[in-house]
Design a protein around this ligand. Structure first.
Ligand code: PEP
Ligand code: MN
Length: 363
């Protein structure tokens, strides 16, 4: 377990109702756009923090890269008008200096910055002695240590109001999501840094509006502490990330549809039933291991035969055959293809490891 000295999110000086909800436009485009969005958002009870991109990291040059310092007084005015706290992305010590000058309440480090230890260190150094909440987005690549490393750099500079933002990971293979969420990696992060508040950013995970609700609900079901969702008064005309932004009204409907479940229950019958079922699961899991051990025993015997007859460990056709048979069987049992593939890849890898070991025993 990593030892990070982190203050509970409840003590960050932001009032929020169960789920910290950050919303606002991808980019601050004009004072009117920002203030009008903020006004509409402030009417949604659950929204407590206004986000706006001041400096925008764009993939290609020539796109709108943010108004920079000019937009900071707009954000300050939006805060004065609505009472919402504010948050912006900072990517350099100069951004930090300006954010502090204009009383921004929470900072965040973007996914493209988290990948760079030099830049994160510069930002951490520029924040020495400042008590401000700062959220670190996951790096664009699924590297949990790089993500934790960024948090450590800030922690070592004395920052204690730290949180992580899951915004998904970039991948070459494309599906309906812009950046792939990796919930398993997040669970690993929760185990490694149990006191770290976690926010989910469904907007950058989805890249479109249709999946925002589903990803938000998954995040709540995984006990995330908050959500960051982009909203714009006229999303279709947004200067950046137009496809994924929603109007404050749509956001309100989305939030109202979300179900906030409790991490535990006091209900005795529920708890008793849960315990019985968990014991059953433990037994099944133990049986699975028993069966796997049986399988690996056979794998070993095959290994000795292969060695004796000087036959390779890897038999691609047999492997294809196994996967196809199990995929078919798995489909009938209602398992996803991805699960069966992962499961048998993993079993196959272990089988190969065992047979390789046998091949390498010197006689
Ligand atoms: C953003 O939040 O506007 C942003 C640029 O996000 P990310 O760093 O996740 O790409
Ligand atoms: Mn954006």
């Amino acid at each position: 377990m990593e030892i990070l000295d982190i203050k509970k999110i409840e003590n960050w000086g932001v009032d929020f109702d169960k789920v910290l909800t950050i919303s606002g436009p991808c980019s601050a485009e004009s004072e009117e756009q920002l203030i009008e969005t903020a006004k509409q958002l402030s009417k949604i009870k659950q929204v407590n923090v206004l986000r706006a991109g001041i400096w925008k990291p764009r993939t290609k040059p020539g796109n709108f890269e943010g108004h920079g310092e000019k937009a900071l007084p707009w954000l300050l005015n939006a805060k004065k008008e609505t009472g919402l706290k504010t948050t912006i992305e900072v990517a350099t010590p100069e951004h930090v200096e300006l954010a502090l000058k204009y009383n921004v309440d929470i900072l965040w480090i973007g996914a493209r910055t988290t990948v760079s230890p030099f830049v994160v260190q510069d930002i951490a150094d520029s924040l020495k002695g400042v008590d401000i909440p700062i959220l670190v987005k996951n790096p664009v690549n699924p590297d949990i240590d790089l993500w934790i490393g960024g948090l450590e750099r800030l922690n070592q500079a004395g920052l204690k109001k730290l949180g992580g933002i899951h915004r998904g990971f970039s991948s070459y293979a494309k599906n309906h999501l812009r950046n792939q969420p990796q919930w398993q990696l997040v669970v690993e992060l929760m185990n490694k840094v149990p006191n770290l508040p976690l926010i989910c950013d469904p907007s950058h995970i989805c890249g479109q509006r249709e999946s925002l609700y589903e990803i938000s609900q998954t995040a709540l079901d995984l006990q995330f502490n908050g959500l960051m969702i982009e909203a714009h008064i006229n999303p279709d005309e947004a200067w950046s990330d137009a496809k994924q932004q929603v109007t404050p009204n749509t956001l309100k409907d989305l939030i109202n549809k979300l179900i906030k479940r409790n991490p535990t229950s006091e209900d005795e019958i529920f708890n008793k039933t849960l315990n019985i079922l968990r014991e059953d699961i433990d037994e099944v899991d133990s049986n699975i291991l028993e069966l796997l051990s049986l399988r690996m025993g056979i794998v070993k015997t095959i290994g000795y035969h292969k060695k004796k007859s000087n036959v390779t460990v890897l038999q691609p056709n047999r492997w294809k055959n196994i996967v196809n048979k199990r995929l078919e069987e798995g489909k009938h049992k209602g398992f996803s293809e991805k699960f069966i593939e992962m499961l048998f890849k993993s079993i196959h890898q272990e089988s190969i490891r065992i047979q390789e070991k046998i091949m390498n025993i010197k006689q």
